[in-house]
Design a protein around this ligand. Structure first.
Ligand code: CTP
Length: 399
């Protein structure tokens, strides 16, 4: 996803700097080259040696280093990258950026650069909510700086709230989206994928045969068109795609929570094979055979994630795409399902065992929309994904 791209990574002095080596690894796995620049304060949290070793490049640390200037001047350094990422972006660094200060290498590069800048704020919740920081944030947004996070949660300082740096996966996905050109650039799309596992007791669960292949292919195709993709997946057989914000879940309820947390999005593609039911009372200890005879499992219904999102009165995605796995009378069942759930499109497929679709590499789908049923020829799941992604781009572009 990031092959051939260079990211100038400015590392600020916050505790979240401990996540930076993991971020550098993710960026490099996607093919990016990373040039690290460290503020003096960041060296208190992560060493230049660690950063340089993971980046496979020199970590620049001071402004007035004559050797550095001879090798590469600071102006030149500010221009080498396709993207400048500041992570963690401390309150101090944000203030310097907003005011245009240039007292050290990091802030000088930020003032001198002509490439897009993305920041990942990280600080104590009070510092984040302070009017001064919020004022600086507004200035930076006005300057065209892209902001990723901060997340809400428990913080290293013991407090709770917004201020935690976005996770490395989310930052890497944001970089991929920022550096990929395509019709979905600037669009945020949610994809659910894979099966869910519904526990019976601590060792047993109910599952289904979904491999996650189709959802993964769709996410990959959307990233390829420049979308920022949040990928919520159950325990799938296939590896998750690169360049997405990855959220792993097991149960339908966890998937629902992850989907709600990912909103708002421009489009949602619900490719997951969510278990319709779960065991009403999960046993906290392993159910033993013997005395009581055969166990009887009582079921209760899982939340219908697709229907919930389709029927949102506030903040509904502009386009909601569901799937219908049917074994007979595909078009009629899927058309009824589209109406019942309230989604815009349904991609219906025949999952009868003889089709070999469930768990296989091909798919034969019918796209049901308000215009009726459009039969797609049988093709590889990657081709279905490309075609769907292109159709989504066309529709969002027209909207
Ligand atoms: N879906 C969902 N949440 C559920 C069940 C299904 O979000 N609890 C979504 C799936 O991701 C898919 C669509 O709904 O996009 C259709 O799922 P499917 O299992 O084919 O339909 P059901 O709703 O289960 O209907 P039926 O069992 O009658 O076929």
């Amino acid at each position: 996803m990031l092959a051939g791209k260079r990211i100038l990574l400015i590392i600020g002095g916050g505790i979240a700097a401990f996540k930076i080596p993991a971020l550098i690894r993710l960026l490099r796995q996607q093919g990016a080259a990373v040039t690290p620049v460290m503020t003096a304060a960041s060296e208190q949290f992560v060493t230049p040696l660690t950063v340089a070793a993971v980046a496979g490049e020199k970590a620049y640390t001071a402004l007035f280093d004559l050797t550095d200037e001879a090798e590469m001047g600071h102006i030149q350094l500010s221009r080498v990258a396709d993207l400048v990422l500041v992570a963690p972006a401390t309150a101090d660094l944000m203030a310097k950026m907003a005011q245009g200060l240039a007292g050290d290498l990091a802030s000088t590069l930020l003032l001198a650069t002509d490439t897009p800048v993305m920041i990942a704020p990280a600080m104590n919740v009070r510092m984040w909510l302070h009017p001064a920081t919020q004022r600086n944030l507004a200035l930076l947004k006005g300057d065209g700086v892209q902001i990723v996070g901060p997340d809400e949660g428990d913080m290293a300082c013991g407090e709770y709230g917004p201020g935690r740096m976005a996770e490395p996966e989310e930052l890497a996905a944001a970089c991929a989206a920022a550096l990929t050109d395509g019709p979905l650039k600037g669009r945020r799309v949610l994809v659910t994928s894979g099966p869910t596992h519904e526990p019976i007791d601590p060792v047993r669960y109910i599952a289904n045969r979904s491999s996650g292949a189709q959802g993964t292919a769709i996410a990959r195709a959307l990233v390829g068109l420049g979308a920022e993709v949040v990928f919520v997946t159950g325990p799938a057989d296939v590896l998750p795609p690169e360049g997405v914000t990855l959220v792993r879940v097991e149960t339908a309820r966890q998937m629902r929570d992850a989907v709600q947390a990912a909103l708002p999005v421009d489009a949602g593609v619900f490719a997951a094979a969510v278990a319709d039911w779960r065991v009403a009372t999960e046993s906290s200890s392993k159910i033993k055979k013997g005395a009581g005879g055969l166990p009887v499992l009582e079921f209760t219904e899982n939340p219908d994630i697709l229907a919930e999102v389709s029927q949102m009165s506030d903040g509904r995605p502009a386009l909601v795409v569901g799937f219908a796995a049917e074994t007979d009378d595909v078009v009629n069942h899927a058309t009824a399902k589209r109406a019942r759930k309230g989604c815009d499109w349904i991609l219906a497929n025949d999952v009868s065992p003889e089709t070999g679709i469930m768990g296989g590499s091909e798919n034969a789908v019918v796209l049901i929309s308000e215009d009726g049923a459009e039969v797609w020829p049988r093709m590889g799941k990657d081709d279905v994904a490309q075609r769907l992604a292109a159709r989504i781009a066309e529709t969002l572009g027209a909207g």
